[in-house]
Design a protein around this ligand. Structure first.
Ligand SMILES: [Zn+2]
Length: 354
């Protein structure tokens, strides 16, 4: 166990085989394509906490959050305060190896927590119910479109609802208090932390668990300006989960005061671009696809026109820029944007701020 060195894996993409071999995992079961679903237990406390990640295979920050917690535990840097942490680093391995949202059978697991048709959702629920935790963390990544006020939402939190009326049950209120106390104890600026909508989604895991009176918190890791790799979100979540272990459920309304996140944020916006006899803004976004074991990045057109009302992560003034190729939304971008040149979605000259 002492050989576990997450930092060794801390770069780029961790292959599933690397993950399997980096730690003495238990095998909880097998995915629809017969990949092992890994799990582990940290500590020996009486109260149990479940943490899982990788329900959507193209959302990888949660894996890094979990591996960081495992490494801290083995370096004796994590005081579990009488809890045992039960973890699943990737609940949907078939999706992880393809960098897709859906499982090996093409089903979105997080829409399957009413009928439990996928082996992965059934395994996850069986595991949680067997452990009977006092708290769960459900780790996801949110898309780059989310912002809070004028800031990128680098993390969004949610205490899910247990019914369509979004009743404030004692379990929900207690968790909201605990989150508020945890945030207060972290002594950080809350700018860029959002609250996810608590509209009731009966097929999503968090909402289902709430109907079963199993307390759970959704953490959605996002990007921020200067951090497209979500490193800041990852550090926040590690600290937040630790702070939750120490926090009481005494009344605190800090969670309630977090702004609801909103959609519409753009990634890179070139402003005032000369295109087809018009002066327009052109938004470009990055899409990731798997090419074997390599992640391949491609830049596509996100929007064209007067985008001045939309928040953006990066703005590049392009009054001297000209584009002769046709731009089509959701298609790979080709064009000369001043010092930046794209060809068929590839950045061939210049750099974009990250
Ligand atoms: Zn997700």
């Amino acid at each position: 166990m002492s050989a576990f060195e997450y930092s060794r894996l801390n770069n780029d993409y961790i292959t599933y085989n690397e993950l399997i071999n980096c730690f003495n995992w238990d095998i909880l079961g097998y995915s629809s394509e017969e990949r092992p679903i890994l799990s582990a237990e940290l500590g020996t406390g009486d109260k149990s906490i479940c943490i899982w990640a990788g329900m959507h295979g193209n959302e990888t920050t949660g894996l890094h959050i979990i591996l960081e917690l495992v490494e801290m535990f083995h370096k004796k840097q994590l005081d579990l305060k009488g809890y045992t942490l039960y973890i699943i680093p990737i609940i949907n391995p078939d999706a992880y190896i393809r960098n897709t949202r859906r499982n090996g059978m093409g089903v979105d697991m997080n829409r399957d927590f009413r009928s439990f048709q996928t082996v992965e959702s059934a395994k996850l629920i069986g595991w949680i119910k067997m452990i009977d935790p006092v708290l769960c963390f459900n780790l996801h990544d949110q898309r780059t479109i989310f912002h809070v006020l004028t800031h990128a939402a680098y993390t969004s939190l949610l205490v899910p609802s247990s019914d369509p009326e979004r009743t404030l049950t004692p379990i929900r209120r207690g968790l909201m208090n605990q989150i508020g106390n945890a945030l207060a104890s972290m002594d950080i600026s809350l700018e860029g932390i959002g609250r996810y909508t608590d509209e009731f989604y009966p097929t999503a895991v968090g909402d289902y668990l709430m109907t079963q009176n199993i307390p759970n918190v959704l953490i959605e890791s996002g990007v921020s300006s200067g951090d497209m790799q979500r490193a800041y979100a990852r550090e926040f979540s590690v600290d937040f989960i630790r702070a939750m272990l120490f926090s009481s459920q005494d009344h605190c309304d800090l969670y309630d005061l977090l702004p609801l996140n909103e959609q519409g944020q753009l990634e890179w916006v070139f402003t005032d671009v000369l295109y087809a006899h018009m002066r327009v803004d052109v938004a470009v976004k990055r899409v990731v696809a798997m090419n074997g074991h390599q992640k391949a990045e491609i830049y596509v057109v996100d929007d064209i026109g007067d985008l001045s009302s939309r928040p953006r992560l990066y703005e590049i003034i392009g009054s001297a820029m000209g584009i002769s190729d046709v731009l089509t939304v959701d298609r790979p971008v080709t064009g000369i944007f001043g010092t930046v040149v794209f060809e068929q979605g590839q950045l061939v000259i210049g750099n974009l701020p990250e």
